[in-house]
Structure formats: structure tokens, C-alpha cells
Design a protein around this ligand. Sequence first.
Ligand code: ZN
Length: 247
Amino acid sequence: MPDSLAVSVDQQRYAVAACTRMFNDLKILDHSGHVTVRLPDKSGFLIQAVHASRAQLMPEDLFTVSFDGEILDGPAGTRPASEFHIHSEIYKARPDVNAVLHAHPKVPILFTIAEGAELVMVLNHGYRWRNGVPVHPDTAHIDTPELGRAMVETMGDANAVLLKAHGIVLASESIQSLLIDGIHFDRNAQALLEASRLGKPIPMTDAEFDIFEQRFDRPKHGIKLWHYYSTRAIETGVLPGEWRTAI
Ligand SMILES: [Zn+2]
């Protein structure tokens, strides 16, 4: 799948549904959480219906909404996910962001509820969050524009924000990039937790990140992981076989 903004809305619908199912299979998402993408014409974004299963999400379960919450298209008898404002406020404030994940994965959240714990980057792919991951202190669900704006203020120009005792928010330039960011963000948190049982974790240094970034081809890595995980997901039945050509 090419860059998120270079495809049709129909292709984006499949990509969001597929990415959600893959995150669910990887235990980064579960019964709650959502993947969204900015529309190709940048007039709004796609977000799933509130109660649609993340494990069986279909392209037709997605709403097309404006950044102010106006529903432009979507399924009848339901409404967009209630933490809509996490996404809308990021898209309004951050033109560099085209895809957003909000989820509640177990290990990253631990770093918001243990005194003195800090989610530092110990793996090379953590370069995306090398300047730190802000922790938003509000533990409530972000279900109003005001709460969304407060979260965006905490986030600043970071590519992620932790929501205290609640979850994570990741911001990326495309759906493929969001998939790799979700995987590497969760993997870094797990590595940090496990390394701390062996000894004092050693954070990556700026010099190490500089060298990693110089040689790292992010678009190519995104295509590689998208291919690996989507192919595996079709083989295991996480994605319908007929989606093979759509994603
Ligand atoms: Zn949440």
C-alpha cells in the first residue's frame, strides 16, 4: 500500500480496518482503541464506529467525519468512537500527522503508574521518541474538544503521548508508519521492563540514534512490515483472504 494520502478513500477504509485487526492480533489494541487516517483531500478523517469489534472491523464500519465532528458518511444506527477528540485535535494541530493510534496496551501504561518510572528508549527503533514521551496527567476519557486540546498541548511536537493510567497515543505520517510505530513503541516498553529485571537499563544515546537514523529507510521499513504482518494476518485468518488485493 502506498503513502496514505496518495490512495482513494476506499483504499484507506481497507487499510484502517486491516491495521486495526493487526494491532488487535498483536495485543496492542483490544476491545477498545482506534486507528484513524486523514482523508486524501484533508477535509476530515476516518474513524470506526464505537461498538464495532476491533477483531472483525470492516471497511463499512468506518465513519467519514470532519475535524469538528460533523458526520459526512457512515453506518446507520451507531456513532463514531467516543474518544474521537484525541484524533481530531491532533489532526487540527499537527499538519505533519496523517494517521493516529489510540490504544491501551498493558506495558507502556505501567510507566505512567509507577513512581519514578520513565519510558526511556532502549531499542534503536525508539529514535522516533528519542526526545522523551510526555505523560498527560488527566486520567479521564478524552471525549470533549477541550480535553483533546489539553492533551495536544501536553504532546507538543512529540510523536507520542502517554495518558496517565489510561493509554497511549501515537502520531505518524502514514498508516504503514503507524503500524511500525505501534509495534516498536510497544516492543521498547516491553524490552525496558524486562531489562530492568536484569540490571539498570541502558538508554540509547543521541550519538547512537544519529547513526541509526542516518542509515534507516523508514518508508522501506514500513512497506516491509506491512507486507509481513498483512500476509501473516491473511494466512491466520485475522484478515479475510479477499482483502489481499485491497491492502
Ligand atoms: Zn482510551
